[in-house]
Design a protein around this ligand. Structure first.
Ligand code: F6R
Length: 610
């Protein structure tokens, strides 16, 4: 999830681009760059790793000026943060900024290398720059060259392109990654998001997938990928700048909850083949032979990431038939753990910088395990130190409470489970295909689940005064109960506990009275009847039952004060959807209580100390 800006008009583009990038810095900030067409008709680049301040320093040391330019803040997906991997990328007189993932970049790169082209970065983006240059060399004008090159790529993109040979144009295009056009009186703007253009104009065009925008100082033309004209109407934006940064949402956490259909798809992108029922993860080092040597899996993480690991245990055990242990990182590192030969060690960490998880990973490596990390931040310590990485590609998560990173971890872990199962021969390709089909339908189901946010907000009003909450789940949804309780306690400061529903009568039932909401996860799976008995136990003690279910039948309705519906899916995948109403419930309760949702007290996004 990177930030793109573009400007063409009468003024100097440099301060406008830098200001726009600053307003998009929330989208990612491991490196940044600018390309500006100077007065002599040459395009000059300035790039730098780290925060935008570093780029500003480079620009002040080596100033540049010009009335047409594009800029980028990067959140690395392919290739670590470095100056060479920072955008814009240049091929000859053509420069490009890109947000998204080019799925078929490896095969295209091979083809381009075969034609004698050379590459100066490890990014997927540079491939697209070469493709546009190749089309231009065949005699196409810039907009046509962009369209023809886009027809050659698979994947997601928002791009901005300019060329020394057509100085009066900036071309943008989108497919799956956001891109807007800002309409000024005598200038045009391109940006990943509205905040970048708000100081200059409030009139914007939201591009749709498959659209190309051709910007000049005098206006903007939008076409489809075949070159057909697309009439677009502009929208007048009345958000204040802070609202705009959050995409119109009141908090980053709410924005990130609603981003999950997209972030989940991004994790899956280009990593499976339905025809073959296979999972292929770039950078995952285990070939068939190595998968066959694995005898046990050890998963280690903290907090929400640990909950993702607990869910993955069910997947790996049931699909790949491998024994799995799941440990809290701070416990693993100090308990002289057993790591026999044949151990695959999996760390899960959004930030890649959690001190305990890093120490556990180092310990496992020292003891001879092969280590894989499931991580969201490219180039982070965990990814540099592990033998292999599965990136979650969820984009930067700003809210301290993890939401979209969690469901993206689940997506990556499910892929890993299928990969191990296929490698070990415990899953036929037909069975794998069916599971993968269910998996890729999850984003649609997520949309349906999130469409019920209003109901959950209303329920939150009835529950926000409670002092304690219990969350109950069984089997694969027990970790979701833990996650629901953690979300609520960390952002609303209400005491909440998650329990396996079967444990209720071994202690926690003593807490139940008419003041305590008990959130019960009740999917129609193998343990549904058992969960109904647990509902009965709660009801008999006067507890307030909030049932979350994928089919609200009479038996649930009769027992619950409120029922939250979740779309049905494969029983193994229910945790992914059941997590969403719990995230929303925690969010609305916290907001109603007036808590600092995005930055709850005493917490940090990345826990880099023990
Ligand atoms: C809870 C939350 C934390 C993190 C934990 C691990 O919402 O965000 O519990 O999950 O601190 O962080 P990472 O995944 O960065 O290692």
């Amino acid at each position: 999830m990177c930030g793109i800006v573009g400007y063409i008009g009468p003024g100097d583009s440099v301060p406008i681009l830098l200001d726009g990038l600053k307003r998009l810095e929330y989208r990612g900030y491991d490196s940044a760059g600018l390309a500006v067409l100077n007065g002599t008709g040459r395009i000059e680049l300035r790039r730098s790793t780290g925060k935008l301040a570093n780029l500003e320093k480079v620009v002040s040391q080596e100033p540049l000026q010009g009335s047409t330019g594009i800029g980028h803040t990067r959140w690395a997906t392919h290739g670590p943060p470095s100056e060479a991997n920072a955008h814009p990328h240049r091929v000859g007189g053509l420069v490009l900024v890109h947000n998204g993932i080019i799925e078929n970049h490896m095969e295209l790169k091979k083809e381009l290398l075969g034609e004698g082209r050379s590459f100066s970065s490890e990014t997927d983006t540079e491939v697209l720059c070469h493709l546009i240059d190749r089309q231009s060399k065949r005699g196409l004008a810039l907009p046509e060259a962009v369209r023809a090159a886009l027809a050659e790529v698979r994947g997601t993109y928002a791009i901005g392109v300019m060329s020394e040979s057509e100085p009066g144009l900036v071309v943008g295009a989108r497919n799956g990654s956001p891109l807007i056009v800002g309409l000024g009186a005598d200038a045009s703007f391109l940006a990943s998001d509205v905040p970048a253009v708000l100081p200059y104009t409030r009139d914007v065009i939201f591009l749709d997938d498959g659209e190309v925008a051709i910007l000049s100082a005098s206006g903007v033309e939008v076409t489809g990928l075949e070159g057909e004209r697309r009439p677009k109407t502009s929208t007048r934006i009345d958000w204040n700048p802070v609202m705009a940064e959050r995409g119109g949402y009141k908090h980053f956490m709410l924005k990130e909850i609603h981003e999950q259909p997209r972030s989940f798809s991004d994790t899956l992108l280009g990593r499976y083949s339905l025809e073959r029922g296979e999972v292929e993860i770039e950078g995952f080092m285990l070939d068939e032979g190595a998968v066959g040597d694995i005898e046990q899996v050890v998963i280690v993480a903290c907090g929400t990431s640990w909950h993702a690991g607990l869910i993955a245990r069910y997947w790996i055990e049931s699909l790949a038939r491998l024994p799995v242990t799941v440990d809290i990182a701070s416990e693993f590192r100090y308990r002289d753990p057993l790591v026999p030969p044949g151990t695959l060690f999996v760390s899960i960490t959004q930030s890649g910088e959690t001190a305990d998880t890093l120490a556990a990973q180092r310990e496992a490596r020292r003891r001879g395990a092969k280590t894989v990390t499931i991580c969201n931040v490219v180039g982070s310590t965990a990814t540099r130190e592990a033998d292999a990485v599965i990136y979650t590609h969820a984009g930067p998560e700003i809210g301290v409470a993890s939401t979209k990173a969690f469901t993206s971890q689940l997506a990556a872990l499910f892929l890993l489970a299928v990969r191990l199962a296929r490698g070990r021969g415990t899953l036929t390709n037909d069975a794998a295909r069916c599971l993968l089909e269910d998996l890729i339908r999850i984003p649609l189901r997520m949309e349906e689940a999130l469409a019920r946010a209003g109901e959950i907000a209303a329920l939150a009003r009835r529950l926000a005064g409670a002092r304690d909450f219990l969350y109950l789940g069984r089997g694969i949804n027990f970790p979701v109960a833990l996650e629901g309780a953690l979300k609520l306690k960390e952002i609303s400061y209400i005491h909440a506990e998650g329990y396996p529903a079967g444990e209720l009568k071994h202690g926690p039932i003593a807490l139940i009275d008419e003041q305590v909401p008990v959130v019960v996860l009740a999917p129609h799976d193998a343990v549904y009847e058992k969960v109904l008995s647990n509902l009965e136990e709660v009801r008999a003690r006067g507890g307030r039952i909030i049932a979350v279910t994928d089919r609200a039948d009479e038996s649930v309705r009769a027992r619950a004060e409120a029922v939250l519906d979740v779309p049905a899916t494969h029983p193994l995948l229910t945790p992914i959807l059941f997590a969403l109403p719990l995230q929303l419930l925690a969010y609305y309760v916290s907001d109603l209580k007036g808590c600092d949702v995005d930055q709850p007290r005493n917490l940090a996004k990345s826990v880099t100390v023990e």
